[in-house]
Ligand binder design. Structure first.
Ligand code: GLN
Length: 231
């Protein structure tokens, strides 16, 4: 089970979101606090963001985030108002390669999947970036369109009842997330909104999102909707 983090707000440095917080993704790569599946996230990482000109950028790796001194050197000067980052704990049998690390992209959206899904219930896609379940799921979500994220998650969840489908996606002006089997928290800051698998610090404003919900963030507003089929 991986951990992911999204940011939508004023431009801030990637390091301030991912590397600097006391329990940020860097620390979660070896000591997550709320992870239910897997002990650490050492199988890769990815940081995707929209630069100040609106261009999508990605930096992904199959190595542990905690040891990446090149990223640590550059991340303080990478600034963005829209970020999707993740650290990966590969599901047994899945490929270990940079292209299997989130975020995945269709050119407009960056997408991370925290969970597992039976690849047999997903259509074969020629556009998936890797054979990892998350890339195949991302390809399906991209094909259906992010406006239909909730329906796609419910449909895949009914096809594979043991699937865990926490999705996080952003396109520069909107951030979407689902809870389906794992943890998610939201922090509203004065300068923007953080959506993360687990809080990166102990600030009292972190709000835990109940299971089987859709979180939709845009223009500083956060809305929460139960997913169909939730109990
Ligand atoms: N199933 C995905 C993978 O193998 C995601 C795993 C996870 O959430 N830990 O990479």
């Amino acid at each position: 089970m991986c951990r992911h983090l999204g940011w939508l707000g004023e431009p801030v440095s990637i390091a301030s979101l991912v590397l600097d917080p006391p329990s940020g993704l860097r620390v979660q790569s070896y000591a997550p606090r709320r992870q239910k599946h897997g002990l650490m996230n050492a199988d890769g990482w990815g940081a995707g963001f929209f630069d100040l000109g609106g261009q999508e950028r990605r930096w992904r790796s199959a190595s542990p985030l905690w040891g990446d001194v090149s990223f640590a050197s550059v991340a303080p000067v990478l600034r963005s108002g829209c970020v999707v980052a993740a650290v990966r704990s590969a599901t047994v049998g899945m490929p270990l390669e940079a292209s299997a690390s989130a975020p995945f992209s269709d050119g407009s959206w960056l997408l991370s999947h925290n969970g597992v899904v039976d690849r047999g219930v997903l259509p074969v896609s020629r556009t998936a970036e890797s054979t990892v379940d998350s890339a195949m799921l991302a390809a399906l979500i991209f094909e259906r369109g992010l406006d239909h994220l909730a329906d796609t998650v419910v449909e895949v969840g009914s096809a594979d009842p043991s699937a865990r489908l926490n999705i996080l996606a952003a396109n520069g002006s909107r951030l979407l997330a689902t809870t389906w089997g794992d943890t998610l928290s939201v922090l509203r800051r004065d300068d923007g909104v953080v959506v993360a698998s687990e809080p990166y610090d102990d600030h009292p404003d972190w709000q835990d999102i109940p299971d089987r919900h859709l979180v939709d963030v845009s223009a500083g507003q956060v809305s929460l909707t139960p997913l169909k089929g939730s109990s």
